[in-house]
Ligand binder design. Structure first.
Ligand SMILES: [Fe+2]
Ligand SMILES: [Fe+2]
Length: 198
């Protein structure tokens, strides 16, 4: 996929670390390490968008899951949701390939540094909340979400599933193109790296 013209040029990595163990690292090593992390951050939007593309061509679904994701994001955009929410809608299922048993946990963890606590919680719990709509047909308690009634994010997550996730398998719905969303993904993920503090 071509990168958006709005995308900053890669910061690049200019050196090579010399250490054999981390407690021997020099200031020069740390500077190169910082560059490596910055480079990884720079590449993250394209990597996540490529994971979205992996959901394409999934012919078993009424619309493939890439189109499902675009549809969820398009509905959110047309409802006037903020940019972070739209990006969360776009990426909410990309980890189905990497975490088929816990895709909500996986995408929530990946996006945690970039998004609000409420959107993080929503991503983490959306698979369970989705069962409200189909659990009965597969022998799963559709009210499993009720254990989280006291969460301040319960209503937001229930709403996300009702308005954007469970309904977004409509082959007749006209999505915005991915190009509309690519700059949004870059803006939401635009954050400088800093060493872990814990
Ligand atoms: Fe999902
Ligand atoms: Fe979904």
């Amino acid at each position: 996929m071509d990168e958006s013209p709005e995308v900053e040029p890669s910061p690049g990595v200019t050196g090579h670390m010399q250490f054999h163990r981390m407690d021997d690292m020099t200031p020069t090593d740390f500077e190169v390490l910082r560059e490596v992390h910055e480079e990884n951050l720079h590449k993250l939007p394209a990597l996540l968008l490529s994971m979205l593309d992996l959901l394409g061509g999934d012919e078993a679904y009424p619309v493939d899951r890439r189109a499902h994701s675009l549809q969820a994001a398009t509905r959110a955009l047309r409802d006037g949701r903020d940019e972070e929410y739209v990006v969360v809608a776009l990426l909410h299922d990309i980890s189905e390939t990497l975490g088929p048993l816990n895709h909500g946990d996986v995408i929530a963890a990946i996006l945690k540094p970039f998004i609000s606590e409420s959107n993080y919680w929503m991503l983490e719990h959306h698979p369970l909340f989705q069962t409200y709509f189909y659990g009965t047909q597969v022998g799963v308690d559709p009210n499993g979400r009720d254990q989280f009634r006291d969460s301040p994010y319960f209503d937001q997550t229930a709403e996300f599933c009702a308005l954007y996730d469970e309904v977004s398998f409509d082959p007749d719905y006209v999505n915005e193109s991915i190009e509309v969303f690519v700059p949004m993904v870059h803006r939401v993920l635009n954050k400088a790296w800093s060493p872990p503090s814990s």
